[in-house]
Design a protein around this ligand. Structure first.
Ligand SMILES: O=P(O)(O)OC[C@@]1(O)O[C@H](CO)[C@@H](O)[C@@H]1O
Length: 388
């Protein structure tokens, strides 16, 4: 296994530092504007923001159900500046602490209230999703390669729409959609070869991303490429718009009740697939852990073992798959993803510094353009690691 420096959250001038110092203050303000939290929640949220930008890491309150777990995950980090912590760890802990500040886990008014629900709801009922539903009627019919390619592309680029990224994305301008690595042929060939097996999807964002993900799930099931699809979602609100079970239900309902016949048909099929168990939605606490997938616990590992393919969506899942390290971009994807218990495909738009598996000539071309191609969300990868 190759090695590379772990990305830290406080390196001056880094993308990671900007997330804490630019993105989080805006995010926190949006949360405070979206829900009428009371004085104690507002104070706790403000204190978290101050601590995570200029203070030292404080442990979770002793009454938190996962206090001990976080003490273990953060051994050696508590009492030190947030900027000393690995980016993956610190960002994950920030979202856990935000739930603590809003009272998400505590008995009381705000227990179980998703602080990001207003954004998710607005997106699902908004014009962009309506346009996507309408566009489903224009897709090539039948289970053709053309339809499969269109659905894969929608699921991939749907990842660009995540709400966290929108906070700092450059406004306006045309977006040069650009795949910097494309193993899609290998993905379809493998799905065909292992036809009729179980396909796992580790979902990312709700709304405009989950919608095309579920349409892709429908295609895999209805075409017979997969006998069963298991979609993994987050057990709690996380990284702003990450999908939870409630978001899956809302999205299936949005499809079912769409006025476009094609969308409604897909929604009905997904509903029936859940009834029959060919579509299963699962979660696990590890999906909100601050660790790479390399460290997944045995019970979760066994769920992926034997899957024909696991498709990982998005930037964070990519960071967790290959580890949040400053790899040389030409490092082989297979060299850093081979620990995963099944064949894997990463569908990811580039929104953070981590990147592997790109040809040297492509890297040179991207570098010479002088744009922040690793983080500006304009480029994407479809990368496959088979288990044969
Ligand atoms: O996993 P996703 O939704 O594709 O991206 C999550 C993300 O927006 O959050 C982090 C910054 O907060 C970045 O690593 C990444 O760009």
């Amino acid at each position: 296994m190759p090695s590379a420096p772990v990305i830290l959250s406080g390196t001056p001038g880094s993308f990671a530092r900007d997330v804490f110092h630019e993105r989080h203050p805006k995010l926190v303000q949006q949360v405070l504007d979206a829900l009428p939290y009371g004085p104690s929640e507002r104070v706790a949220i403000a204190e978290l923001l101050a601590e995570s930008t200029d203070g030292v890491l404080q442990p979770l309150s002793i009454s938190a159900h996962d206090h001990q777990q976080w003490l273990e995950w953060g051994e050696g980090l508590f009492g030190r500046p947030w900027g000393d912590a690995p980016f993956l760890w610190a960002e994950s802990y920030f979202y856990r602490r935000l739930l603590e500040a809003t009272g998400y886990f505590r008995p009381g008014t705000w227990q179980g209230i998703d602080p990001f629900a207003p954004f998710k709801d607005a997106e699902l009922s908004g014009p962009a999703v309506a346009a996507e539903l309408a566009a489903l009627g224009d897709l090539p019919s039948g289970f053709t390669d053309k339809r499969a390619a269109a659905l894969l592309s929608s699921a991939l680029w749907g990842n660009r729409a995540d709400l966290s990224f929108q906070i700092t994305a450059e406004a306006g301008g045309s977006i040069a959609s650009d795949l910097v690595a494309d193993d899609s042929e290998s993905l379809w060939a493998e799905l065909e070869r292992a036809k009729g097996g179980r396909v796992c999807i580790i979902a990312d964002n709700a709304g405009r991303e989950l919608l095309p993900d579920l349409v892709l799930v429908d295609h895999l099931l209805a075409s017979g490429l997969a006998a069963q699809v298991v979609v993994y979602v987050k057990p709690q609100p996380y990284y702003v718009s990450d999908a939870m079970m409630a978001d899956v239900l809302a999205t299936v309902e949005r499809l079912r009740t769409a006025t476009t016949a094609a969308a409604a048909t897909i929604g009905e099929r997904l509903w029936r697939a859940m009834n029959s168990g060919t579509l299963v939605i699962r979660t696990h606490p590890f999906f909100c852990a601050p660790l790479p997938f390399h460290d997944m616990p045995a019970d979760l590992r066994s769920e992926f073992t034997g899957a024909a393919m696991t498709i990982l969506k998005g930037d964070l899942n990519y960071r967790r798959l290959v580890s949040d390290q400053l790899w040389l971009p030409t490092t082989a994807f297979t060299g850093v993803a081979s620990h995963f218990p099944s064949a894997v495909t990463a569908l990811r738009t580039l929104k953070s510094d981590v990147i592997v598996g790109v040809d040297a000539a492509v890297v040179a071309q991207l570098d010479s353009a002088g744009t922040p191609w690793r983080t500006n969300g304009r480029h994407a990868v479809i990368q496959v690691d088979l288990r044969r």
